[in-house]
Design a protein. Structure first.
Length: 375
């Protein structure tokens, strides 16, 4: 009798997607210093035949470095060097896909992204668009991809975004900056070799590392938090604190930040990011400010939402003598400011995670403008 009563009270979801997300994880991962040398063997078993190449999309910061010589390029494989100066665009994805389709008679055996979030996202998007018709911009959103992507591998060379583990690829499109969120986006294989992050300039190390730190703060302080997200978020946050606040040897620091990135990405997979990310999207869309630094620029002024997180962030800034640029929004026109605000406000799930269902009563355009004007 008692049991029946309970069953009637609890809403039982009928579809997995209604209440529980059934999301994919990276099925295979190699970890360790020097593990890049295993790439040739890993790819060999995935080669369809000699006419179906492996296409390596590599950050052009590695041009003329020994990493290029270590890429296991054989048969008709191609290494394409790409600048990470600007964040990936849908038209860039379309152009890469067109080039690959025109050059080869067969679809590639695999796409391998080697670089930071920019190159990882490009590799994910190209792998999807080689099997799905039309432009990448048609798939920006949630679960719009219908067909299995080409086998794709992610090899991060800078740590923090969590792009190596996420089910999205964030692209700037003609109308919006939005991810292709799908079950086919996630990498089939990830290779985590901390030695690859050796040459990262200090400022960039900090900005991309803070992306991870901010993922943790926004996930752990969000209303969507659950034990799954919390378990990854807490581990990632602890690693970030070791890396950015303690004296640890550089090689250990590289290893820990690489794993912090992984856990931070896992944490937001089952929750959401928050205020800094929503506002950073606005900065990125209107001014082309990159994700990592954009998050930092916003986060420093979010003590109202994340008091302890901002206090620790300021400690980290000081400890590493990072000086954030100022006056970024000083010369914005009213129309640009309005676009920035509307891009930020359109990120409803992020606001709901940060502030709960009634977020619209807390976040007004005036409030966002006041924060943007400080940046
Ligand atoms: P990035 O890929 O933009 O690279 C930043 C800079 O670091 C570039 O100049 C690059 O050349 C340089 N760099 C990278 N590795 C280096 C190395 N080993 N040595 C020297 N220089 C190196 O940086 P990021 O912060 O990792 O990525 C930002 C991108 O990631 C944005 O486009 C953002 O939208 C995306 N992102 C995606 C997700 C996701 O889940 N898909 C999550 C967060 C961010
Ligand atoms: Zn982020």
């Amino acid at each position: 009798m008692e049991v029946k009563k309970q069953m009637a009270l609890k809403k039982i979801p009928t579809k997995a997607s209604e209440e529980f997300r059934n999301f994919p994880m990276v099925p295979r991962v190699v970890y360790g210093k020097g593990s890049f040398n295993t790439l040739g063997d890993i790819l060999m078993s995935k080669r369809k035949h000699s006419e179906a190449p492996m296409i390596y999309l590599v950050d052009d910061v590695f041009e003329n470095t020994e990493l290029i010589d270590r890429i296991p390029s054989i048969f008709c494989d191609q290494i394409i060097l790409i600048s990470a100066e600007e964040e990936p665009k849908t038209e860039q994805v379309d152009a890469l896909v067109k080039m690959i389709v025109e050059k080869y008679t067969e679809l590639p055996s695999g796409i391998i992204g080697i670089g930071g979030g920019t190159l990882l996202d490009l590799a994910k998007a190209v792998a999807i668009m080689l099997t799905n018709k039309g432009s990448a911009s048609e798939y920006q959103g949630w679960d719009l991809v219908n067909k299995q992507s080409i086998y794709h591998v992610g090899i991060p060379t800078i740590s923090g975004t969590g792009a190596e583990v996420s089910r999205t690829t964030v692209l700037m499109g003609p109308e919006k900056k939005l991810g292709i969120n799908s079950d086919f986006t996630t990498f089939d294989q990830v290779l985590l070799d901390p030695e690859l992050t050796k040459g990262v300039p200090k400022d960039q190390w900090f900005y991309t590392g803070m992306d991870c730190y901010i993922h943790c703060i926004e996930s752990l302080n969000g209303t969507f938090l659950n034990a799954f997200s919390q378990s990854y978020g807490e581990k990632s946050l602890a690693l970030c604190k070791e890396v950015f606040l303690e004296d640890i040897p550089e090689s250990e620091s590289r290893e820990k930040l690489m794993m912090a990135s992984w856990h931070g990405g896992m944490s937001i997979a089952y929750s959401q990011v928050g205020v800094a990310h929503a506002m950073s999207y606005g900065l990125g869309y209107v001014l082309g400010v990159k994700h990592g630094i954009g998050n930092c620029l916003v986060f420093q002024y979010l003590e109202e939402f994340y008091p302890e997180g901002v206090m620790i962030f300021n400690k980290m800034l000081k400890r590493h003598e990072i000086v954030l640029p100022k006056g970024i929004c000083a010369n914005l026109t009213t129309s640009e400011m309005n676009t920035m605000i509307s891009v930020a406000i359109s990120m409803a799930p992020l606001w709901e995670n940060a502030l709960g269902e009634n977020w619209k009563s807390i976040i007004t355009p005036e409030k966002l403008e006041a924060i943007y004007r400080k940046i």
